[in-house]
Design a protein around this ligand. Sequence first.
Ligand code: SAM
Length: 362
Amino acid sequence: MSELHPLAWSVYDIADQIDRFKESTYPENQHWIKEGDEGLEKARLTLLGDLEAMKRQLQSPEEALSDIMYFPADLASLLIIHDLNLPQLIPPSGSISYDDLVMSHNTQTGTCVEEDPLRRIISYAITKGIFREPERGRVAHSELSLLLRDSGLFELLGVSLQELLPALLRLPDAFTSPRESIEPNETAYNIAHGTDLPMYRFLQQHPERAKRFGRAMSHGRHVDNHFLQQSFAWAKYDSPGMTIVDVGGGHGNAAAFLASSTKHMRFIVQDLDHIVAAGKAMLPAELRSRVDFTAHDFFDEQPVKGADVYLLARIMLNWSEKYCLKILRALVPALKVGAKILFYEHVFDATAEYRGNHKEKW
Ligand SMILES: C[S@@+](CC[C@H](N)C(=O)[O-])C[C@H]1O[C@@H](n2cnc3c(N)ncnc32)[C@H](O)[C@@H]1O
């Protein structure tokens, strides 16, 4: 028997479980499953993994490889969609003719885009589920493109395409010239953006880009904060007097998420001064009594002594070992007996293997 059969049975069983859950839990017509629904998350991830495994068995190696190789074309169409601000120009409901879309773009920007290439870019994006053509000559939002009207996700797209993608394209140079460097100002980002400063310091000098970067990062985070919540016994620390220091905590998104689901523990979010200023302004009023912000460079000695937990969420990924050690050494004088240092990172298993399904609780 082919290996498809056992997978197909598993898919059937899980789909049945999910459908029954949706029927009893969700309003009518909601076809997606909310990430993080307790009890269903494991089933959802297993199903995604099984479907990916089935796809791999059904595709020839050439097909699988060309999916990877043509990915830059997807990025190019997204880049155009972003730069022309199309998600904002297409109405959230109903549709717009290509004619009107071109006119609206050209009037608002004072630049000139032609209808024919625009239509071709949109047609390509439609094949990826971004936008729809409800009738010939008119374009409307799809479920996916509608999300890009949200400013946070649109900013995340901008950061991904304009800050990070140019750096990713220079990675081969950074690996080889003259050797892979461990210094934060000799990275692919430095080559791509023509700066001698470490990325976060460079952004500090470009306040608008820094703000967009910070907001985009916070926006991308809500998706996996629930893993952070589930992967540590936070309840044990949820009593008056317990302090959690969120080192390099950005706009305080993780701290705010954790504070919303606990009652007593206090959070101190530390980051560079311009980031904490923005984070403070964004914090919901009801969390202000339990979440504080302080400017602190994590290479300097930790000023909050005797906290219960020092959280380093997605910090180490930015630094070479030399600098990770510096960050840890700066914490040591502050540690009381029993203090926890909590790392929250994406990690590879000891042995890399194909992962159709990228997300797992750990
Ligand atoms: C990838 S983000 C992670 C933010 C947050 N912990 C989270 O998980 O959403 C890395 C953070 O490190 C901060 N950072 C970079 N250099 C820093 C430094 N020297 N001292 C303190 N924070 C720094 C950045 O401003 C940024 O907010």
